[in-house]
Design a protein around this ligand. Sequence first.
Ligand code: PLP
Length: 394
Amino acid sequence: MMDFLEDQLESLKKAGLYRSLRSLESPQSAITIINGRKVVQLSSNNYLGLAYHPRLNAAAQEAIEKYGTGAGASRLICGNLELNTVLEHSLARLKKKEDALLFSTGYMANCGVLSALVGEGDVIFSDEFNHASIIDGCRMSRAEVKVYPHKDMSALEKLLKESQHHPHRLIVTDGIFSMDGDIAPLPHVVPLAQKYGCMVMVDDAHATGVLGEQGGGTGEYFDLEDEIDISMGTLGKALGGFGAFVAGSHQLKEFLINRARSFIFTTALPPAVIASGIAALELLEEEPEIRMKLWENVAFFRKGIKTLGFTTGESETQIIPLIVGDPALTMQMGELLFEEGVFVQGIRPPAVPRGSSRLRITLMATHTQGQLEFALRALEKVGRKLHLVKDSRG
Ligand SMILES: *Cc1c(COP(=O)(O)O)cnc(C)c1O
């Protein structure tokens, strides 16, 4: 009865699209141990190095001492530990919003928010490169979904024009696109939304803690916080912990508490996770130099990789795709790099469009210049071997 599993796995393998898990045997740091090997980590979303930071570790331990390991219930039943409110207020302040609501994960936040805010008869406008959790949220909502070509504002306007009869309309976009590292054109999205009476939702999973003067994300970066109606972010990436949130008006929060099924029907976050989030936001405020160091590393590495002649798309941030194209070749490059002591995960369809398989390189504030130079040398060596960069002798 379950023969189809083997068939499908076999065809994934043939297409170079088979995935398997690797084991991480150290904290998520600039140098990690993967499958027993010490490597420079170039694939982590732990952009600020907070996932193994003494202050977050201590906060988590203290919370365990005081409150234990589990919340024991959903927020609406009896799992609403007081820590939730503290973290929500800090997140609202970071996002310059009235309030915020925690969700267990970013995936659940997107599914919950989209399916609560719009429904049958409504319409969502979604960038084609939006994260899978947005795509799934759109499907769950049962609204009509109009996907516009990546960052194509005239295509978006055309869709907006022909969809004015829908009662509720919402534009949703990643802030920093997770696989390309470019930034959503909010200064164009926002006026369009206003012209056509649309809600704006931004998924700042990769921008929270990273972009903007205080790490507030793309809203702060473009000075458009007020214009973003629904500002979603996560705690599992730059903030070094786990969980997610939606920041917006008091009313939005109240509405989501009553309507977002992925908020209502799930256990509240554990105390240690919430406490580490609170500590991360304190650090973000007190030590802006961590963020500065990340941007220094980004500038240094981007210059290096451009000089080597790789195709890196339109990245503007800590996420730098090295586009290879073919999925099997991408994975081979990853393996060769691993042998050289550098870990970069290959990303293939369906996570990225066909023909754009890539190594998704990400930088951390905790990388040293020496580690980045080491990685660049390995990239050069492997790139030449696979004829992905020109042999520029002479
Ligand atoms: C990682 C990510 C999510 C999901 O967040 P989790 O907390 O890991 O579930 C959502 N949106 C984007 C753009 C992401 O990169």
